[in-house]
Design a protein around this ligand. Structure first.
Ligand code: HEC
Length: 122
């Protein structure tokens, strides 16, 4: 009898942990709910980031930055990646690219949001 109860418990706990891990298997999604399956890497987003780098570029100093804060540069992957959350926020709320400057075309905005929301792949 005791063995049967034990066996039942083992089977039941196995089923529960299988159910739990199945529930957690979709960890490709993230905070903004982007679909990360086909996310483009930074290297594929040069046209989208070109909307930013006429201000946010380490190549620009002084007035040429159009007041973009020093250190908010996106002209290389290593510079852009640590800023992904801030980039997400300002692109999602529509305050970047700055009003009066060239805006996104086609899928550039969605692509940049997905990039920032999906771990900022290279
Ligand atoms: C015409 C110049 C210009 C362009 C183009 C531009 N920005 Fe900005 N950006 C600014 C300025 C000026 C600020 C500081 C004022 C503010 O926060 O609104 C800023 C601030 C930011 C900040 C906040 C930085 C911080 O650390 O607080 C983020 C994030 C940002 N921009 C992202 C972007 C992204 C992403 C793009 C391209 C899609 C972009 N910007 C295009 C000028 C620009």
């Amino acid at each position: 009898m005791t063995n049967r109860v034990l066996a039942f418990l083992l089977v039941a706990s196995g089923a529960i942990s299988a159910a739990l891990s199945a529930g957690c298997s979709d960890d490709s999604s993230s905070s903004g709910g982007a679909n990360c399956d086909n996310v483009k890497g930074y290297s594929e987003l040069s046209s989208a980031f070109s909307r930013c780098t006429n201000c946010h570029s380490s190549q620009l100093t002084g007035a040429a930055r159009n007041a973009a804060p020093v250190g908010t540069d996106y002209d290389t992957y290593d510079l852009a990646k640590p800023q992904a959350q801030k980039i997400y926020d300002r692109v999602a709320d529509g305050t970047m690219p700055q009003a009066g400057y060239p805006g996104f075309q086609g899928t550039e905005k969605d692509d940049m949001l997905a990039w920032a929301d999906c771990g900022a792949p290279q």
